[in-house]
Write a protein that binds this ligand. Sequence first.
Ligand SMILES: *[C@@H]1O[C@H](CO)[C@@H](O)[C@H](O)[C@H]1NC(C)=O
Ligand SMILES: *[C@@H]1O[C@H](CO)[C@@H](O)[C@H](O)[C@H]1NC(C)=O
Ligand SMILES: *[C@@H]1O[C@H](CO)[C@@H](O)[C@H](O)[C@H]1NC(C)=O
Ligand SMILES: CC(=O)N[C@H]1CO[C@H](CO)[C@@H](O)[C@@H]1O
Length: 776
Amino acid sequence: MKGGYILAGLATWWWLICNPFASCGATKGSVPRLRLSSKDLLATNRSVLFLGHRGILDFRSLYLDEYRDRLFIGGKDTLYSLRLDQTNMDAKEIYWPPLPGQKEECFRKGKDPVTECANYIRVLYPLNRTHLLACGTGAFHPICALIYVGHRGEHVFSLDPSSVESGRGRCPHEPNRAFASAFIGGDLYTGLTADFLGRDSVIFRTMGHRSPLRTEMDQRLLNAPKFVAAYLIPDNDDRENDKVYFFFTEKAAESDSKGRAIFSRVGRVCVNDAGGQRVLVHKWSTFNKARLVCSVPGPDGIDTYFDELEDVFLLRTKDGKSPEIYALFSTISNVFQGFAICVYRMADIWEVFNGPFAHKDGPDHQWAAYEGKVPYPRPGVCPSKTTNQPSRQYSSTKDYPDEVLHFARAHPLMSRSVYPLHRRPVLVKTNLQHRLRQIVVDRVEAEDGQYDVMFIGTDAGSVLKVIALQRGNFAAAEEVILEELQVFKAPVPITEMEISVKRQMLYVGSRVGVAQVKLHQCETYGTACAECCLARDPYCAWDGLTCTRYQASGKRRFRRQDIRNGNPMHQCLDQNLTVDDFDSTEEKVVYGTEHNSTFLECIPKSPQAAVQWFVHRSPEELRDEVKTDDRIMRTEQGLLFRKLFRQDAGTYYCKAQEHGFTQTVIKIMLEVIESEQLEQVFQREQEEEPPRPLCRVPDPRMLHGQRMWFKDIMHLIGYSNLHRVEEYCERVWCGDRQLRHKGRPPKSKNMLDGGKKGRGKQHGERNRVPRQAAAT
Ligand SMILES: *[C@@H]1O[C@H](CO)[C@@H](O)[C@H](O)[C@H]1NC(C)=O
Ligand SMILES: *[C@@H]1O[C@H](CO)[C@@H](O)[C@H](O)[C@H]1NC(C)=O
Ligand SMILES: *[C@@H]1O[C@H](CO)[C@@H](O)[C@H](O)[C@H]1NC(C)=O
Ligand SMILES: CC(=O)N[C@H]1CO[C@H](CO)[C@@H](O)[C@@H]1O
């Protein structure tokens, strides 16, 4: 059976790679339209970094407080409070180490003193108007405490030492193990392993006025689960029906592959569960779970499943009812690694929970839908007005008949699975260099409708901003990667993401720190209508003058946007489609020596653009497309002359073309130094002090696969004479730089003085509750 599965997987894998709709890595659509480095992001104020007071945060948790305009951050032995309404953020810190003796105890029990035996703050929730609840691992001895944060407008931050108590069941022992929690009405709901050895996997309710509850230790309920998220999602207006949903993966008992398979689940409990009276005392009596399926149909009818849940985001709708669930899945086998995002509707989840229970008569029987009589009240139904009728008074789960509780205990799993919207993922990524870890989604109003903009955090410190365009119900969605933001310079995994629609900001956490990143910065796309249009960013539109934030409710102004097609021909015809303003294009002068190689660099802002080179050799001649051959080659980074001739001198134009929009990226004046002229220079040079090495030969990697051409240059100059190589570089390759010799003015002015001229390159409410669920 297993062999068959792998083969099927392989067949589908090829299909995924080769199907243009399945967003292959090879198609242009899966290349980000704009890539911004962490330096770019900081320089343009797109992002602000907070790395703690000692340079490394060892970040674990955050709570975005929109009411107080503050950001609370939990790290290793520390808590921070930042003010979001001030540019300097005024960071305040609380030092909170493990209880005395716990560090030593942790070390004695064989844990790592540096990476484990500390108090990693993993739980942060608002308790009431003045206090936060914080819990940490306490060096494998979880602790909780109350933090005084003051009223709105004040910036106070202190830990109440008298409030420190055991955090067992509220916070994991481990600094990194996956866990999920939600704080609802003063009760903390957690899905975690609650013991030192990490064996007791359990869903808990603790703290508040409701009685503490837990799941029984029973593999039918939870089987080595990895918890991902927990949310309160009301069924309807009746608060008595409120349920908390847990999203996790676990070993799947019902799969054919003898318990090896991992399935993703959605599980739920009633908020007003009080446990049983004789059976299931202090245990959940309303727990049910169902499989979450996210798969791609293959051409042969065999699906590829993405079974490992990575992250879940609850996209709340305007009316607060029926949120949509965005889930990020992975599948990693020795055959292939892939990621998929599936969207689930609550209506589909409710239907599965209202459907048949999964049942198995004995070890030798198959799993099937339970067809016998289900006792009343149906297991999983919360006690409410419906169950509390004069004839049968079930006002609490404690009143439920033992028969109901026995049935519930034996049938936690639903027979049917939950399938995603359109029965397929909205996004599939297969041949990625990095893994996808986190997702948040913003539903954005654009000129032609609503778009769900996905922000996906990778394990390489970057965030992808993506939209999936659905064309009809059955076709696979088209993926458009709007931007790739390298939020952290280091390739660290992103472990937490939070969105503030109110502030139009993204909060991104990784081990090293937390970044505040603007959701959009429309001017980055460029200064022409076509550039704005090609960006296809639902946040941005051309207002007649610049690329700016699109405001659906704003004054009716001239606005251009084409997210569906990104076709500037339609949108910008009356605007200048060809930004061919030669005078204002950045101009460079490059010197090359006759008979030697030279390189003209041109990297368009959009990797999706096609490049064309034109040359204007003399005023009498017309502008001509550069003919490439063995001697003149086009590379991804520019134009390479293996051997330069006198007649190559002229002005070169690098033009980028994308969807009919043409733009001159750079204008390069190439001057050819004739060999005799050069000899003279070298002779004169020898009589004076040799220049300081300033060499800036293009990195051979830049020539990407063209390494041998670089070798050509070295060969021409001769390896033995390195001093001359440096001189040569300084004069020719660094032609766009002034020489900076101490107190010595540049010589041979006409040859050495190159430089950039002209203008510089343009660099490039809804009611939503924070994802860790709302407090009262
Ligand atoms: C970034 O913000 C700082 C401080 O607010 C400001 O001085 C600077 O001019 C801004 N830079 C840009 C490129 O907007
Ligand atoms: C919040 O809770 C703490 C601890 O129970 C209490 O001391 C404080 O008075 C409460 N604050 C408000 C505003 O209720
Ligand atoms: C188009 O370009 C020309 C010359 O480059 C300029 O004079 C004109 O104002 C531009 N028109 C628009 C609508 O931007
Ligand atoms: C400056 C320099 O290295 N010039 C070289 C250009 O190529 C010829 C051979 O074609 C060499 O002799 C020069 O030294």
